[in-house]
Design a binder for this molecule. Structure first.
Ligand SMILES: *Cc1c(COP(=O)(O)O)cnc(C)c1O
Length: 388
């Protein structure tokens, strides 16, 4: 039966604990970056297993800072997937680099290491893989390629909070990883991001660039400063996180593993209930050892098999009172990148195939099993009608 209430594609799992934590900060007299941010950074660094973590206003801000550290010169290239949120590509372009797109694997939507290797030139400065949907890329492969060529590796870990690769959490390796706490991600701070690194100098530089280039955070300056005044070491941005956000983050981080377990359960239920639906292609899983953070549940709607295009499918789902998401349209097909970095059709065949057919089904911790059943019912209803 059709649902009589709308099932959103995603919904943050915010409980009384988060609300109380925010109220505490609001009543404390200090609401911008301060003790909560420090505590959140410490807890996050411990959780992922990295010596340094820096809280930011967004993942996009983190990508910006990480790429800014590369000090790109005209002609410098950065390899990434076209199948990502525009932020990844925008930051490469805005930092003066040339985005070089590499195709993804059709089943996992992750970068293929051999294609990354083939795309490396004298101008390549960095590789930015995306752990799509929270399933880790082949990190050993990518590390070997980057290390042997002296190229930076920056993980876009927006989907991968709580993900593991061969027993280690994403964010624990010695290269930079950048996380997102946007409300649709696995944990949220309203908006926010985190960057991890093993290198003390990198950490110090990122800290400066996060807050104007001034050598002390506001809390230290006005709170318990050892010395008066401030100095500017280099011009920076203003990408700090507030204590209000960090208070939400601290609570969410404590619940993260439970929230991911819930996502895993719902993912397994989708896999089970959809396995006989031949009109759809279900997400693929890697053969190496990972903990999939189950950030997204994506399916491929191919018109030849399903009798309906992805866009029509999304409209039909909406009519059935079910929201869907689109992760992602290929960046090289978006107006700006089409114009400035034109790529002939067919050069990124898997990316183009997926971009035209992928759709994300509702998936979030407070979703019920019956909600998954409703989604599957709607899908079967739509596909049966299309066949007639
Ligand atoms: C969400 C997302 C981002 C951006 O995160 P923000 O915190 O919104 O800046 C970057 N890359 C990918 C792959 C994402 O999904």
């Amino acid at each position: 039966m059709k649902r009589n209430t709308f099932l959103p594609f995603s919904r943050p799992d915010i409980g009384q604990e988060e609300i109380d934590a925010v109220v505490d900060v609001l009543s404390s007299g200090w609401i911008t970056s301060g003790p909560k941010v420090e505590a959140f950074e410490k807890a996050f660094a411990e959780y992922v297993g990295s010596p340094y973590a820096l809280a930011l206003s967004s993942c996009t801000a983190g990508l910006h800072l990480a790429i800014a550290l590369l000090d790109l010169k005209p002609g410098d290239e950065v390899i990434t997937a076209s199948l990502t949120w525009p932020a990844t590509v925008n930051m490469i372009h805005l930092c003066g680099g040339r985005p070089v797109f590499v195709d993804v694997e059709r089943d996992t939507v992750n970068l293929d290491v051999s294609w990354v290797e083939a795309a490396i030139t004298e101008q390549t400065r960095a590789v930015i893989p995306v752990h799509f949907a929270g399933q880790a890329c082949d990190l050993n492969g990518l590390r070997n390629v980057c290390k042997s060529r002296g190229i930076a590796l920056i993980e876009d870990a927006a989907h991968a909070i709580g993900s593991e690769y061969e027993g280690n959490r994403i964010g624990s390796s010695d290269n930079i990883a950048v996380f997102s706490f946007h409300p649709i991600k696995n944990m949220t701070t309203g908006e926010g991001g985190m960057i991890t690194t093993h290198d003390k100098d990198t950490y110090e530089r990122l800290r400066l660039l996060r807050f104007h280039g001034v050598d002390k955070d506001a809390w230290k300056r006005y709170g318990s400063a050892e010395k008066e005044g401030y100095d500017l070491l280099l011009p920076g941005w203003k990408y700090n996180m507030t204590d209000i956000q960090a208070a939400i983050g601290l609570t969410q981080l404590k619940r993260l593993d439970n929230m991911i377990e819930r996502r895993e359960k719902l993912t397994m239920l989708y896999d089970e209930l959809l396995k006989d639906v031949r009109e759809l292609t279900l997400p693929g899983y890697v053969s190496y050892s990972v903990r999939h953070a189950c950030h997204l549940y994506t399916v491929i709607v191919d018109r030849d098999k399903a009798g309906i295009t992805r866009d029509e499918f999304m409209q039909e789902m909406k009519k059935q009172n079910i929201g869907t998401g689109l992760h992602f349209l290929a960046a090289h097909k978006l107006l700006f990148y089409r114009k400035h970095y034109p790529i002939p059709d067919g050069l990124l065949p898997e990316t183009e195939y997926i971009s035209e057919r992928i759709v994300s089904l509702p998936l979030y911790p407070c979703m019920k099993e019956t909600d998954v059943q409703d989604v599957v019912f709607a899908i079967k209803d739509i596909l049966t009608k299309c066949k007639k």
